[in-house]
Write a new protein. Structure first.
Length: 256
């Protein structure tokens, strides 16, 4: 694992796979020659950082073959519509996430729920940051697409979508079998400003559409043959997916 020279927020975690840290959220670049798959796209305020990260690894934004969305919360689709309209990048996701990305409905923690938890350590500073980064902006994807078929996608890295509902209905993780990497999105994270815990964990309850389903979805991740986990929030995790999910499950049970 090496940092990309000149940019401390980009880490090369495997051959042509880069984990990028934005403003309290992450995205992943899977490069194949002069093209790539991009997984997630930060907050609206991260747009310039998303474009800069592509250029930092030698790619033009127009070289993105597809943007894969783990889920359609604002901190993961912030640059999606820009990439789609300006660079003709298709935005792909699980079929159950398509109406969410269009903003037929918004399945995201409300300001009221956040304020009700403002007494908890880290919540208020995170909320202020999220607002400044565009956490409540209206950022629909006008033409989101469902995956064209089941199984591995014909994209750089050959990503395999894994439906992991709970955080949202159509949340997906992505397995990169050739690299031994699992992109977990928000189905499993390793840190968050509102959490006092570091390492594999579920996000705090207020962020999940259905926490019980999020727990069940750990079973899906548990079976993946991966030794590197790239979460939607927090640092890269080195270790077997089976062990990481067991840790997250134990910590979730302890919080109940």
């Amino acid at each position: 694992m090496t940092k990309v020279p000149g940019d401390g927020d980009i880490v090369r975690v495997a051959r042509d796979v880069y984990a990028v840290s934005g403003s309290n959220t992450n995205w992943v670049i899977v490069k194949d020659g002069d093209s790539c798959t991009l997984v997630d796209a930060g907050y609206p305020g991260d747009r310039a950082a998303v474009l800069a990260s592509l250029r930092a690894v030698g790619l033009h934004p127009g070289a993105v073959t597809a943007l894969l969305v783990t889920h359609a919360h604002n901190d993961h689709i912030g640059a999606a519509e820009h990439l789609r309209t300006v660079y003709d990048v298709p935005v792909l996701m699980h079929e159950e996430e398509v109406p969410h990305a269009r903003r037929d409905f918004l399945d995201q923690v409300s300001v009221g729920k956040v304020l009700a938890q403002a007494w908890r350590p880290g919540v208020l500073p995170w909320a202020v940051h999220a607002l400044r980064a565009g956490g409540t902006a209206h950022v629909p994807v006008s033409e989101p697409r469902a995956f064209p078929s089941a199984g591995p996608l014909d994209l750089p890295g050959g990503p395999v979508p894994l439906h992991t509902p709970g955080h949202t209905r159509g949340h997906c993780a992505y397995h990169l079998p050739g690299s031994g990497i699992l992109i977990t999105g928000d189905a499993l994270v390793t840190a968050h400003p509102t959490s006092r815990t570091s390492g594999p964990q579920l996000l705090p309850t207020m962020f999940h559409t259905d926490r019980s389903r999020a727990l069940v979805s750990l079973d899906v991740l548990e079976e993946v043959d991966a030794e590197i986990l790239l979460p939607g929030h927090g640092p890269v995790h080195h270790g077997a997916a089976k062990e990481a999910t067991a840790t997250a499950r134990d910590r979730a049970s302890a919080r109940v």
